[in-house]
Design a protein around this ligand. Structure first.
Ligand SMILES: Cc1ncc(COP(=O)(O)O)c(C=O)c1O
Length: 414
């Protein structure tokens, strides 16, 4: 099942996450909602506390000591993130609020300047709404066409459609690296090769991959990549847009105002160099610094170990879930082809009812359409439940989850 499992000390890791000591409804918390947002280690929590206690100041503009310290810490975080995803240059890292804003930045700044009537934007049917709606808006405005690569029965992208739909009219391919519903890991290199052959760009939604596996932007050769800090142990309100500097250089700004200008006159303005051209206004300084520390944390554990642990626990959960009568799991059967996300339905129990029963047992799972309604329509299901794992989850927690599922099954189908 898993070839080689790097050693990992989960009990030791769990000590770093104070929230895991909580009880919910009288039971120990089992947090299986990591694809929505992850928990934060004490190192990140203390970094935020220290920033506000000791060196809170606005960055880039101040001459005083606090401003200097805050600026250095903010820019160090950018360097850590550039290294983490193997960007060519630090200025290829733009801080935004979240993956959603990163994708909107590209759709507005690059899209409005480059998409024309009759052009094609290729997406996949498994995209999160964040990687659909900005492109729909752009396509409507410009008279461009959206096309969706569909999936096979196991939740893999259809090879024939990748090669049929990406053609000379395609200007950009926007694809998730890992599905937040099916868990499928998509072969981005194959997509970038297919797109670049026609001069089309590739935007990768890495919201579910960067937190869980080694992601090398240069190796993937994607043109843009978006991810959120809060799903990778960082604070909320901070995210990243990576972009090749040649694209960033040629793009107009997205938001305008202070911080992003070189000069302003009554007749017009000029823009700062990268990455600041895309960072208007006072940024989330504490958030960026906290994300830098989250990256330190993940690097210390090592992304190979994170991924191996999640494959192990996902494999264990998938095997145990086969014990439950009437339980349907979506997505690839092969654990090496997915991240630690398992979406499922249990008989005709509504996903929300199932999530409520789990909550009574102290287990946090998600239910609903998971911001992927086109995928739900394609699969013809109104909703799913989803358990998603991270580095601090254990097989023992999976056992409690399985017992709770069995209890729910008996309750609805005695
Ligand atoms: C695949 C994927 N893309 C984008 C997003 C949006 O992330 P955020 O809400 O942090 O912008 C999510 C969040 O669940 C996601 O799973």
């Amino acid at each position: 099942m898993v070839e080689k499992l790097a050693t990992i000390n989960v009990p030791r890791i769990r000590e770093d996450f104070p929230i895991l000591k909580r009880r919910v409804n009288g039971k120990p918390l089992i947090y299986f909602d990591n694809a929505a947002t992850s928990q934060k280690p004490i190192q990140v929590i203390e970094t935020l506390d220290k920033y506000y206690r000791e060196y809170n100041a606005n960055i880039h503009r101040g001459i005083h000591k606090l401003a200097e310290e805050a600026t250095i810490a903010h820019e160090e975080a950018r360097e850590k993130i550039a290294k983490f995803i193997n960007a060519n240059r630090t200025e290829e890292i733009v801080f935004v609020r979240n993956a959603t804003e990163a994708i909107n930045l590209v759709a507005y700044a690059w899209g409005r300047a480059n998409i024309k009537q009759g052009d094609k934007i290729v997406l996949t049917i498994m995209e999160h709404h964040s990687n659909i709606v900005p492109w729909q808006q752009l396509a409507n405005e410009k008279g461009a066409k959206l096309e969706f690569i569909k999936i096979d029965e196991e939740g893999h992208l259809r090879q024939d459609e990748i090669h049929e739909l990406i053609d000379e009219r395609t200007k950009i391919v926007c694809i998730t690296h890992a599905s937040n519903v099916l868990g499928t890991i998509n072969s981005i290199k194959e997509i970038t090769r297919a797109a670049h052959r026609f001069g089309a760009l590739v935007l990768v939604d890495a919201a579910q991959s960067v937190p869980h596996m080694r992601v090398d932007a240069r190796d993937l050769d994607c043109d843009f990549m978006a991810f959120s800090g809060h799903k990778m142990m960082g604070p909320t309100g901070i995210g990243v847009l990576y972009g090749k500097s040649k694209h960033f250089e040629n793009m107009p700004p997205f938001l305008c105002g202070g911080e992003m200008i070189k000069e302003v006159h009554t007749t017009g303005a000029s823009w700062k160099d990268l990455p600041y051209k895309f960072e208007a206004g006072t940024p989330n300084i504490a958030g960026a610094i906290g994300l830098g520390v989250a990256v330190d944390y993940l690097r210390n554990v090592s992304m190979e170990t994170v991924h191996d642990h999640e494959k192990q626990i996902t494999g264990y959960a998938l095997t145990r879930m086969t014990e439950i009568d009437g339980l349907v799991v979506y997505g690839p059967k092969e654990v090496t082809k997915r991240v630690g996300v398992i979406s499922f339905n249990l008989g005709d129990i509504h996903a929300h009812d199932l999530a409520s029963i789990m909550d009574e047992e102290g287990i946090a799972i998600r239910s609903g359409h998971h911001c992927a309604q086109p995928l739900m329509e394609f699969l013809n299901v109104p909703a799913m439940s989803r358990a998603s794992f991270y580095i601090y989850n254990t097989n023992e927690e999976v056992d409690v989850f399985i017992n709770a599922l069995e209890k729910a099954r008996k309750l609805f189908n005695p």
